[in-house]
Design a protein around this ligand. Structure first.
Ligand code: SF4
Ligand code: SF4
Length: 399
């Protein structure tokens, strides 16, 4: 059988020594102890397909949905196996063999029309209360949308609320390009606007190319390589038309895909915003923030931990913020994992409740994090469980 995507990871898979260490760190294996679903099992499945065994792609696609994309398995593998790449390759192969459902096939084309897509999201966000109250209606939605809980969506999209080029009043020290990302552009506009102000006050010029679109992470994640390539080509066109020192993002999922799967023109310049903030801080400088007097903890997003170059920058920033009390929290996964929360809403919520309990145990009033997905998941869970805990994007509180 012709398995193009699996051939590309043949060498990677052959590194597996079947030690099982990946299972001991997998947050899902703890909840669903079915070995074949996770990294070691996927390597075995991949090897078997490559050696000619036939599988039912529909069944395999369901099995492959049991993954948060956190790459804890890859980071702890003693053989240095890139486990996430094997998962993505298996998903891409499953899509190549069995095709995409209509909704997923149309989404890349819809998402590139930023104004219309934003309007559609706003309408879904406004009327979802009705859908959720009248549950039978959910049965008629595509499977992908069944776990949907959209937060209030801002309209118009952020690109229509700010100029394409923002110039600081004083001396310019750097020029950065800003990657909007869907969550920032449509939901977390306050964090983005605040952060843009922070950059301008520090002498950083910012360009926001109008032609940019989604980073493509959802498409890469569920195996739609064509959809992903459409995003790459549009973003490359938009960003190659401007000159910049760094490409910044407020979303770790965008950062992960830009650093990991984009051509060097963008990948080589991509920074999570926390990397730049730490670089801008003067030695011993205290940062002003809007959380003076609060007890604050930090939730470390899996997709940020998985990135090259991330070594505690968010915690460093929070610890330099004046007037707040910082409380350490153990690392844990919120259970969001992009489309995982939509495919397995019950387990995803169970993991979120567990993570919420850990965060509440610290005694904090506020959880800071750097991931829009984690904020949606944790704040939704806190609200549902009646916990008085605010979950805020770190970029929103920098002054
Ligand atoms: S930790 Fe690495 S080598 Fe060990 S079973 Fe998992 S993937 Fe294979
Ligand atoms: S990426 Fe995370 S959830 Fe998926 S198999 Fe690896 S450790 Fe488990």
């Amino acid at each position: 059988m012709d398995c193009t995507h699996l051939e590309a990871v043949r060498e990677e898979v052959s590194k597996c020594v079947k030690c099982g260490l990946c299972l001991s760190v997998c947050p899902l294996y703890e909840e669903v102890p079915r070995e074949l679903l996770f990294a070691r099992g996927r390597n075995i499945v991949c090897e078997e397909i490559l050696s000619g065994r036939s599988f039912q792609w529909q069944v395999l696609a369901e099995r492959l949905s049991w993954c948060l994309g956190c790459n804890r398995c890859g980071r702890s593998c003693p053989a240095g196996l890139k486990a996430a790449e094997v998962t993505f390759a298996l998903r891409a192969e499953a899509i190549r063999q069995k095709g995409l459902p209509l909704f997923k096939a149309l989404l890349p084309h819809l998402i590139t029309h930023r104004g219309s897509f934003g309007l559609l999201l706003s309408l879904v966000s406004l009327f979802q209360g009705f859908w959720i109250r009248n549950r039978p209606f959910l049965r008629h939605l595509p499977g992908f949308l069944k776990g949907l809980r959209l937060p209030p969506v801002r309209f118009p999209p952020l690109r229509y609320r700010v100029a394409e080029r923002l110039v600081p009043r004083g001396k310019r020290i750097l020029k950065v390009a800003f990657f909007l990302g869907c969550a920032t552009e449509y939901v977390f506009q306050k964090a983005a606007l605040n952060f843009l102000r922070f950059l301008l006050n520090r002498g950083v010029e910012v360009v926001l190319p109008r032609g940019q679109v989604c980073c493509g992470m959802p498409f890469y994640g569920w195996g739609d390589r064509k959809g992903f390539q459409l995003m790459v080509s549009k973003n490359l066109k938009a960003f190659s038309a401007v000159d910049f020192d760094y490409l910044l993002t407020l979303c770790p999922s965008c950062g992960q895909v830009l650093k990991g799967f984009y051509p060097d023109l963008m990948a080589g310049k991509t920074l999570d915003f926390t990397e730049l903030v730490v670089g801008l801080l003067h030695k011993g400088e205290g940062l002003r923030g809007s959380l003076a007097g609060k007890r604050v903890t930090y939730h470390h997003p899996c997709h940020l931990a998985a990135q090259k170059g991330i070594e505690g920058q968010p915690e460093k920033i929070i610890k330099t913020m004046e007037g707040l009390e910082f409380l350490e929290s153990p690392n844990g996964c919120c259970g969001m994992g992009g489309s995982f929360a939509m495919e397995h809403p019950e387990l995803s919520q169970k993991m979120a409740s567990k993570r919420l309990k850990e965060l509440l145990k610290t005694g904090a009033d506020v959880v800071l994090t750097t991931c829009p997905g984690c904020i949606l998941q944790l704040s939704h869970t806190a609200k549902r469980e009646g916990a008085s805990l605010e979950v805020i994007h770190l970029a929103e509180v920098l002054l």
